[in-house]
Design a protein around this ligand. Structure first.
Ligand code: FUB
Length: 609
């Protein structure tokens, strides 16, 4: 268990003390989804859009803090803005041997196939705040110290990184001043010295009553560009802070103060902005003290959807407990991580022996909500979960609408001998059709009951997943090669579980892992395809294709649009296509190919239904 029992007890007491407050803030009938993370306190959000997912980098406020006591950073990700997967902590103070304390507000950007995470920490040598750079091949880490020393050190904090259209990257930071450097393309050095942005009242608004702070600018800058306009969104006028913003026609100013993005609200005296566009919508991330026990040093990250005004200005927003609507769909017929959560009560997460994370410290009555689960018109027929228990287990109740909503099924979890000794349990389900909020409610005796690593439904009215060994946990079983190449199970590079499927020795772009689905095809039917793909080298486009041979003629149907893949992370290919043929179908082969090149590939967690 990653968290000491003492912490668990303290949190339980806080939750108990907060029941009244919780029932007012988060009434069961309209369960809130803000703050995003309920298992720990998080602060200083820094979102990044990469390959169709939003990665959310945060700080971690320790429980019961009476200062900004922060030792590590955390990562979460989502593909629909409501269900967030917990990736744990891929970077901490220990990553930077020269850092003493204060894992404060940073930001991640992607360049040259790598992810760079700029963070402020206190230098052991100087006792001053300095900016370090973590680097990783994957958005979820692990990150290592790119330099072994600070990139820049002037006692100030809160770096934000921005790469302009011409490729010039900038790192801005500062409290009480505002600084920037021009980063070189290696992203870990800079040219042209350290520059100061003049904090004029025209640029950053007027603050009264604080002699050495004539403008509203306080800290936490977030610089980006949209439709040719440069934005600097920042925490303003401590304390309590609000979020203000300025715009400019260039990356280094002059800036013009534009007003309020989010007024002072909630019980945290700091706030911290992060803004992205994702799948056609704009999102504003911030933090507050809205979790039970929350406040200025026990903060939580939240998000709102917004639309820019026609002139590019940002509307003022309030903190909400509902958060944004779902942007995308959630497929229950592929393996889903148990730590993918819209809202949870009582549980925590930890690293699992099977790779990734599992949910843990589950007690009677705890639950996980997954929002907007697309069961489809046919409905789910059964549920499988990967579970472990050092005690005597318990039950997973599958409910809809609320933690005490309609019961769709109950799976019994046995003791497995240890918290990381895993087994799969299955149970039948009824009433799971259409799109519904799903609650996994955990019941049993006293104490910790069991852990859950992942879960998956079958059914969907299409016969469920038509692939054999779709999660690749049975090695190469069921898979063959389309054209040339060699298949091998991968245990070092996996998307979920402990295995993925690798293919090497491709001699054509059309070569790839394949499965014969001839006997499973229905003429005129629509099929949904999903497969996670990663290259072993290069950055080709990848797509899933169905080769249909009927009456001696082969046609090729694109099951998913092509999407770029790379060697540093997984890309999900998804699509829906209607399959039809004339005459007698003699062969149907689903395969993953690239749009060009012969780079080796990995695939994992596929579905075709
Ligand atoms: O989280 C520590 C500090 O609090 C951040 O660096 C500031 O932006 C404020 O949120």
């Amino acid at each position: 268990m990653p968290f000491p029992l003492r912490r668990r007890v303290v949190l339980s007491i806080l939750w108990a003390l907060s029941i009244l407050c919780v029932s007012v803030l988060f009434p069961p009938a309209a369960r809130a989804d803000n703050p995003i993370v309920q298992t720990i306190y998080t602060a200083d959000p820094a979102p990044l859009v990469h390959n169709g997912r939003v990665y959310l980098y945060t700080g971690h406020d320790e429980d019961n803090s009476t200062y900004f006591t922060m030792k590590e950073w955390r990562v979460y990700s989502t593909s629909d803005m409501v269900n967030w997967t917990d990736h744990g902590s891929p970077m901490s103070l220990a990553t930077f041997s020269w850092a003493k304390s204060d894992a404060w507000a940073g930001q991640v950007t992607y360049r040259n196939g790598k992810f760079y995470w700029y963070v402020p920490v206190t230098s052991r040598a100087s006792g001053r705040m300095a900016i370090g750079v973590g680097v990783s091949d994957s958005p979820t880490g692990p990150f290592t110290d790119a330099l072994g020393k600070p990139l820049v050190e002037n006692g100030e904090i809160d770096p934000t990184v921005f790469i302009d259209d011409n490729g010039q990257a900038y790192l801005y930071w500062g409290n009480p001043n505002l600084w920037y450097v021009r980063l070189n393309t290696d992203m870990i050095s800079y040219s042209g010295g350290v520059n100061q942005i003049p904090l004029t009242t025209a640029g950053f608004g007027t603050r009264t009553g604080v002699a050495n702070r004539p403008t509203l600018y306080e800290e936490g800058p977030w610089v980006y560009k949209r439709n040719g306009l440069y934005y600097n969104v920042f925490a303003a006028k401590c304390c309590s802070e609000f979020i203000g913003y300025s715009t400019s026609t260039g990356p280094t100013g002059p800036w013009t103060y534009r007003g309020t993005v989010m007024p002072t609200q909630g019980s945290s005296f700091t706030n911290h902005p992060g803004i992205i566009d994702f799948n056609g919508s704009s999102y504003f991330f911030y933090h507050n003290g809205a979790l039970p026990g929350g406040g200025g040093f026990t903060r939580s990250v939240a998000v709102e959807k917004f639309s820019y005004n026609a002139d590019g200005t940002i509307p003022a927003m309030n903190m909400t407990t509902t958060g944004p609507p779902q942007n995308g769909t959630f497929n229950p017929y592929v393996r889903q991580e148990a730590e993918t959560i819209a809202w949870s009560s009582g549980i925590e997460t930890e690293a699992t022996s099977e790779g990734g994370r599992n949910i843990a410290n589950i007690e009677n009555g705890d639950y996980v909500k997954v929002k907007g689960v697309a069961f489809g018109s046919g409905g789910a027929t059964s549920f499988t979960a990967r579970v472990a228990s050092a005690t005597s287990g318990g039950r997973i109740e599958l409910r809809t609408g609320s933690p005490t909503g309609a019961l769709a099924g109950t799976c019994t979890v046995p003791g497995t001998g240890a918290w990381q000794t895993w087994t799969s349990v299955s149970c039948g389900v009824t009433g799971l059709t259409g799109t519904q909020d799903l609650y996994l409610r955990f019941t049993g005796g006293s104490g910790f009951l069991f852990n859950v690593n992942w879960w998956q439904f079958t059914g969907g009215g299409t016969g469920g997943n038509l692939l054999t060994n779709p999660d690749l946990e049975q090695g190469t079983s069921g898979w063959q090669v389309n054209g040339s190449g060699t298949l091998a199970a991968s245990t070092s590079v996996v998307h979920g579980g402990t295995q993925a499927l690798g293919i090497t020795g491709r001699t054509g772009a059309w070569n790839g892992p394949a499965q014969d689905v001839t006997s499973r095809m229905t003429n005129g039917k629509s099929y949904a395809t999903s497969v996670w793909v990663r290259s072993q080298s290069g950055t080709p486009g990848a797509k899933a294709t169905l080769a249909l041979t009927a009456n001696g003629t082969t046609s090729y149907l694109q099951l998913t649009p092509a999407a770029p893949v790379n060697a540093s992370g997984w890309t999900q290919l998804t699509g829906t296509a209607t399959v039809s043929w004339t005459g007698t179908l003699s062969r149907a082969v689903l395969y993953v190919e690239t749009t060009e090149g012969t780079d080796g590939l990995y695939i994992d967690d596929a579905s075709f239904q």
